[in-house]
Unconditional design. Structure first.
Lengths: 422, 422
């Protein structure tokens, strides 16, 4: 229990989303309301690396207005990183360095905003703080477009990607439908999700009536069957005039080979990681002869704050806020969760989960979310996902462009002499 | 002059846009207000093919509400086509067939919504109607994301693609900036424009201050210089931590070879049309070693009605409306144009151009819109483009998704016995 007034550390971890800054906003705004417990919020520049290298950002130097603008600014305002702390056994020095930096800056709260790995790190830091006798309250804040954290009903970041994907395939579907008579008959859109089909599944929400795009979804969970796939493409084109396909980057053959790795080489014979969409499109062209177009959304999908889900933005903010509230109420080693209420219309409330139960557990998409033929979603999937994309939360615009904030990100004066190489 | 009450024919041609249906809406709503001159508006199913095959859609069967919904529905609601009529000398039969169908259905107005080729077709039909002694009023309605029609200040469809591209690269730029410390340092986004860099240039609007994305734009107009390009990428990464690039699909080497065609083959040795973005990204990786991500927007960019430019939507509607007003006022063989007024803040009005002057003339992007180093835009370009992306014109949403309309598209009863093979 760290109930005397101390500083807090907040860091963003892993792939960013269009709403992770909304969580940051929730943390900072709420911390500012709890001056009795929390003095300043220091953010790690580039995530946990900022803590290791003592490169801290003093968020108290940011105006109220700029902090509020985080709620509608995509990406990680303080910088994120792909940096996984090793186990304590393997690299105890890293954990000791963290505690050292926290001590030097009187940091008594550790808020870590990320996915499964980050929850594991937060958990380890909390364990170490006990054994090292340095009291620090560790709270995880869920974030991942992959939607694969356990216990929480869904993960902030996912709803907005889901909305982007569903909106985009609906729009592209309308486009292809108009062109199909004399031109493009097949459209392939590649989306993220190397291990799980949550994001690809979201595309399915756009198909509300028979014949609507997308007609086919290719999931990482379902071994790709070329013959079955091509048959369905052909059937769609013959029945509806065109075929719109959403394919997960993780779509793979039965033996685990990614479709994207299926042998493409560049002029020098190097293996070309060319994306799965062109591979699928070319397959259709070679076997069925249909003219195609393909798109790879890549970062656009997870950065698209302009079409973020209002539900997602609210939940992301609420998770940041709840993290601080949990901390000041004396909770430790927990992560706030989104709890779906058992009501007819979607309602959610905030729960909490022990970091020990969240760390290193991956939530897979249930098989009953995928249709029997393995190429679309079921009603159960719709019931789960549809509320998550609900509502629009538009950023402000100027000169036709969204006005996202770039913070000052002023550094906190270093106090340690020792440098730390990462 | 066809001032007695007759039917009208309207068709959509070529690649569709997110606002071509707004022009259709302008045509149909305005025609309904001129019952004295125009009886019914028949739309060609799949564009001009619908006229040739006598496959007409009776738009009078559509409700007022559904027609109004066209204003916010992307794509071509009646179907479009890529079908260029040959010259009269080469295929007089096609033109005679058109006149025959128009005669059979008492069509006295021909509204053709498309780009340069379509304006040429409309022009030819008007010439032929004279020589064949069948009076028909021919009005072109400008539409093209390529923005390459002459005389008109800009083309409906372009402003919305421009907005999509600028918004997307801004968002992706924020994303990469957060990841750059430990992960992705270079992001490449491919956009449309095989012959002209108008769309790629629009990405440049997102860069309002030094260091903003995009840092580099590759235009079809500027021969690709690998060395200069890589130098600039490296400089950007060193100075700003990352580099965001917009590349036109038409980017090419000095000898005219498209970058996208630069020798990639698939497992079977077939030439792979893999898009230019992965080629550019791989080049950066091979030569500079930076981790990259890339996106290909493809149809998403021209279908993205959810982020359409309000200016563009208004102009598209106005062009449809003006086309009908020109027709009923006795004008013939003209196309309404957008005229930029010489005012400090952007104002526009409607003008007209003779189809003979529009047909087969391509407006290129002025060299002074491209920066001296050939890799960004100039202030002159900003001054021209910025007003075109101004304003948001959001569609209505239900269950988190835009509610686009699908019309009934009821066929008009055929009157001709002869079929026509296309």
């Amino acid at each position: 229990m760290t109930q005397k007034k101390r500083n807090a550390f907040y860091a963003q971890s892993g792939g960013v989303t269009s709403v992770i800054n909304a969580s940051a906003c929730g943390v900072i705004e709420t911390a500012r309301q709890h001056k009795k417990f929390i003095n300043k919020v220091y953010a790690g520049r580039n995530g946990i690396i900022g803590a290791l290298t003592e490169d801290l950002i003093d968020t108290s130097k940011e105006s109220k207005k700029d902090i509020a603008a985080l709620k509608y600014t995509p990406s990680g305002a303080f910088g994120s990183c792909r940096y996984k702390l090793k186990s304590i056994e393997e690299n105890r020095a890293e954990y000791e360095r963290l505690i050292e930096v926290f001590k030097a800056h009187d940091i008594g709260y550790f808020f870590y905003n990320g996915g499964g790995d980050s929850m594991d790190t937060a958990h380890k830091v909390s364990q170490l703080s006990e054994t090292m006798g340095y009291p620090i309250t560790c709270i995880g804040i869920p974030k991942t477009v992959d939607n694969d954290l356990p216990i929480t009903d869904n993960c902030p970041g996912f709803g907005s990607v889901a909305k982007y994907v569903a909106v985009s395939i609906r729009e592209a579907g309308f486009d292809v439908a108009s062109m199909a008579k004399t031109s493009t008959k097949v459209f392939v859109m590649e989306v993220m999700g190397r291990h799980a089909g949550w994001i690809a599944a979201a595309g399915g929400l756009a198909a509300e009536s028979e014949g609507d795009a997308p007609h086919i979804i290719l999931f990482p969970e379902i071994a790709f069957n070329k013959e079955k796939f091509l048959k369905k493409v052909d059937r769609c084109v013959k029945k509806f005039g065109y075929c719109a396909i959403v394919v997960s980057e993780g779509a793979a053959y039965k033996d685990g080979t990614f479709l994207a790795d299926a042998g493409t080489t560049d002029a020098f014979g190097h293996k070309q990681l060319g994306g799965v969409a062109p591979v699928v499109a070319q397959m259709v062209k070679d076997e069925l002869g249909y003219k195609y177009h393909w798109a790879v959304a890549d970062y656009l999908q997870r950065a698209a704050r302009h079409i973020a889900s209002e539900t997602d933005v609210e939940q992301a903010y609420a998770m940041g806020k709840a993290a601080v509230e949990l901390a000041v109420s004396g909770k430790n080693a927990v992560m706030p969760t989104i709890v779906r209420k058992n009501t007819k219309t979607y309602k959610w409330t905030i729960g909490e989960a022990s970091l020990s139960k969240v760390a290193n557990v991956e939530k897979m998409m249930p098989r009953n979310y995928i249709s029997r033929d393995g190429m679309h979603i079921t009603q159960a999937c719709r019931d789960y996902m549809q509320p998550l994309i609900k509502g629009e939360s538009y950023p402000p615009y100027k000169n036709g462009l969204p006005q996202y904030v770039t913070l000052k990100n002023e550094a906190v004066k270093k106090k340690l002499k020792k440098k730390f190489d990462i």
